[in-house]
Design a protein around this ligand. Structure first.
Ligand SMILES: [Fe+2]
Length: 494
């Protein structure tokens, strides 16, 4: 059945042919053509159409005059203007005169069809509203439709916002399956990634997680075409190899023009076919999710590069100074042991892992003659060394990713009684993980040799930590350290 009747008015036969094909063969509309404005007006007067597409510059009667005449003959008939980018201003003038929309040459098939669909959809809606028959029921039905649309839009918004906050691919895949299954109310859903000629099902609802050979399956068709496909009952279910009992909807996920994954939805709970609005909802969601995965991949590459660069910087600082070699690694190891005893959450431990490694990164800004001086430091030199937490903070500041690591770098020389530097923060003014690092850093500094003194023994260092509980160090963190294997005298916690 035709979606509607369209009149195409243009003096260029190629434009008439192309538009007729797009609207007719692809769009599902019935089409009629007129070779100029005069014939167009004649046809509007004598035939029924749902909309008119018209060129502006034509012999005998131009598009503007056709528009005015059409509005006079049938005010509710929508006119869409055909234009090129160079004459877009005249299209806008036409809209001021009552044209509904315009399309530009060369035509984008999807745009042309969505313009037509929008106009016809609205016309049907208005038709139903103005029909005196059973208007109460119509309004009720429209309200239900509106409510369901709003519900879908709201849900779509929630899902896409949730996706934005996700950085783990596994989590994103699970969300894609869970959400689309809920949106389209299907009993079976799966998300698979292309891997060595198979589709590796990463996440599935009601289907087995396994590798499905792509060759010859309907996944091959979806991946090669880059378009969604709805397999009908009787076609082979790629998950089970047996004929489908209900429609099977597959959507390719595309990154850099490459289809890299397939989302499949099947077995609707109510046994019906997928509706147009369900299909477009799932496609919009898939587009958004693919973008999220792409961003994630870019983010991961960028993040890993950044982490490696910063770590290389720390290694190069430690390479300058034989006395502090591997100091950062040991501080991280001691801190993680303390964190385990104190039950610090996993995300905070990640901050310790990376921020602890970087804690002395600001030493890059301290001169070798000061950093490596074999004797006691002058007050001035001491002041220069004490700049390193601030320098480190300034190095990390422009990179917006690491706010907690920055705190750790800036405050690792604070003391709980407020006598530390650079900000003289007291006790819980610094986060717990910073207080943990303070203990680990000091212990390692005491038990490592320095240019001006030999390493202290484990016992002496521990006695010093205990003596300075509540003045320099957080008492809980010290007590926790004493329970770790490093705190009990086992090197590096083994
Ligand atoms: Fe330091």
């Amino acid at each position: 059945m035709e979606k509607g009747r369209v009149l195409i008015v243009d003096d260029d036969p190629i434009v008439r042919d192309v538009l007729s094909n797009i609207l007719g063969s692809v769009g599902g509309y019935g089409t009629d053509v007129a070779v100029d404005g005069l014939e167009g007006v004649e046809k509007v007067r004598t035939h029924e159409y749902d909309m008119v597409f018209t060129d502006l510059t034509m012999p005998r009667l131009n598009g503007m005059d056709l528009l005015r005449e059409t509005k006079r003959i049938n005010p509710s008939l929508s006119v869409v203007v055909i234009t090129s980018f160079s004459t877009i201003e005249s299209a806008i003038n036409a809209m001021k005169e009552g044209a509904r929309d315009f399309i530009t040459k060369p035509f984008n098939i999807n745009t042309v069809i969505s313009v037509a669909d929008k106009i016809v959809g609205e016309k049907r809606l208005l038709g139903r509203l103005s029909s005196p028959l059973d208007s109460q029921a119509t309004i009720g039905r429209l309200n239900t439709e509106l409510f369901s649309n709003l519900h879908e839009i709201g849900m779509f918004h929630t899902i896409t916002t949730e996706l934005d906050g996700m950085y783990s691919n596994k989590e994103i895949y699970e969300k894609i399956v869970e959400m689309t299954a809920r949106l389209l109310v299907v009993k079976e859903a799966s998300f698979g990634i292309v891997e060595n000629g198979s589709l590796k099902i990463e996440c599935g609802l009601g289907v087995l997680q396994r590798h499905i050979p792509i060759d010859g399956s309907l996944f091959e068709r979806v991946l090669q075409s880059g378009n969604y496909y709805i397999a009908l009952p009787g076609e082979v279910n790629p998950h089970t190899g047996v004929p489908l009992a209900s429609p099977f909807f597959s959507i390719p996920f595309i990154m850099n023009d490459d289809a890299f994954a397939v989302l499949s939805l099947s077995n609707k709970a109510d046994g019906t076919a997928f509706t147009e609005s369900e299909i477009s909802l799932a496609l919009a969601f898939a587009k958004k999710a693919a973008l999220r995965i792409e961003n994630n991949a870019l983010y991961e590459v960028f993040y890993n590069n950044l982490v490696n660069t910063l770590k290389a910087l720390v290694t190069s600082i430690e390479a300058r100074d034989v006395y502090t070699r591997h100091h950062s690694e040991r501080v991280v190891s001691y801190s993680l042991q303390i964190a385990d005893v104190m039950g610090v959450p996993a995300e905070e431990k990640d901050v310790i892992r990376f921020g602890g490694y970087l804690h002395d990164i600001g030493k890059i800004g301290v001169r070798d003659t000061v950093l490596l001086k074999p004797g006691r430091l002058t007050d001035e030199e001491m002041a220069e060394i004490r700049q390193h937490p601030v320098i480190g903070d300034n190095i990390i500041k422009p990179i917006k990713f690491f706010p907690k690591e920055r705190e750790l770098i800036r405050h690792h020389h604070e003391k709980v009684d407020g006598s530390g530097y650079p900000d003289g923060l007291e006790g819980e003014q610094t986060p717990l993980i910073v207080r943990i690092i303070q203990v680990a850093d000091t212990y390692d500094a005491m038990t490592s040799s320095r240019p001006y003194r030999r390493a202290l023994s484990h016992e002496v260092a521990v006695a010093e930590l205990i003596r300075c509980m509540n003045t320099q160090f957080d008492a809980e963190a010290v007590r926790a350290f004493l329970q770790t294997s490093a705190g009990r005298g086992g090197a590096n916690g083994d």
